[in-house]
Ligand binder design. Structure first.
Ligand code: ATR
Length: 271
């Protein structure tokens, strides 16, 4: 049976095996999908051993996405721009290709939630790895503008310069932002530290949709804050998790699974 896995550390609580097993059932693919907790200093050895054992592909999550980028023998354009790889695939010729499906997963989930991206004014909060992973996919939807705002302005500037050939992208500090925005995406890790990105509530209007790339069993702190301040719609990142998985699955198996039913089951299990 074709073998797949997700690599990370820690990885025990990963939802990827659950998601990919449902996808495989749904599309009647014969495959197994496990987890590999590589030592923090031993990713390359672990992934090499995995592919030596004839495995077909894997997902990579924190803290190994940059190392997976180095490990890949060939990269897709979007992975090269992201500087990180979340999907490795071994071709029939034995070549290991690195891709990044995070941005496609986000766009898929936004579309499933009927959020329009074409000609939209988009604000992306944060300029770390999570933000960099989604910029090319957002720009491919031809928004009117994509503003990257970060607590540390210089990092936002760096991201804007990496992606400037792909569309109307600019950098800002949190204090210099002026709206309105149709969509605000939170990619910061502020919520993990129990805080919120320090932006003005005036950026949220009754037309603003909010996407928080994190998720938990409750409403995320950022989405609760946005809702209190009048956002029209708040979405958390669970659908992006399913979306990026669906894109990886399609790369490996050549068939695109449906995300909706899997997302419903996953949400049910979170509660
Ligand atoms: P990830 O891979 O999850 O993006 P990262 O590369 O460490 O993680 O980036 C974390 C992002 O969250 C950064 O944009 C960081 O802002 P700085 O570049 O100024 O550090 C942002 N972030 C973390 N805590 C934050 C907070 N309390 N308020 C605002 N932004 C925060």
């Amino acid at each position: 049976m074709d073998q797949y896995a997700v690599f990370g550390n820690p990885i025990k609580h990963s939802k990827s095996p659950f998601i990919h097993t449902l996808f495989a059932n749904q599309t009647q693919q014969q495959m197994s999908y496990g987890i590999v907790e590589a030592p923090v200093d031993g990713f390359t050895e672990a992934v090499q051993a995995f592919f030596n054992s004839n495995a077909k592909g894997c997902n990579i999550t924190a803290p190994f996405k940059e190392e997976a980028f180095q490990f890949a023998q060939s990269l897709t354009d979007r992975a090269r721009l992201a500087g990180a790889v979340n999907t490795l695939k071994k071709t029939d010729d034995g070549l290991i290709i690195g891709d990044n499906t995070d941005g496609a997963g986000l766009v898929l989930d936004l579309k499933n939630n009927h959020v329009n991206l074409t000609d939209a004014r988009i604000l992306l909060l944060g300029a770390g790895g999570a933000a960099r992973g989604v910029c090319s996919s957002l720009l491919a939807e031809t928004p009117a503008k994509l503003t990257i705002a970060n607590r540390t302005f210089e990092k936002a500037e760096t991201l804007a310069s990496i992606f400037k050939e792909l569309g109307n992208i600019s950098a800002s500090g949190f204090n210099d932002l002026s709206g309105p925005f149709d969509l605000i995406i939170n990619s910061t890790s502020a919520g993990l530290h129990g805080s919120l990105p320090n932006i003005s509530t005036s950026l949220i209007t009754p037309e603003t949709a909010i996407y928080d790339m994190t998720y938990n069993a409750e409403v995320t702190a950022f989405n609760a804050w946005a809702k209190e301040n009048g956002a029209r719609l708040t979405i958390d990142g669970l659908g992006m998790l399913v979306g990026q998985a669906a894109e990886s699955f399609a790369i490996w198996r050549g068939v695109k699974p449906g995300a909706k039913q899997v997302l419903t089951e996953l949400r049910h299990n979170l509660a």
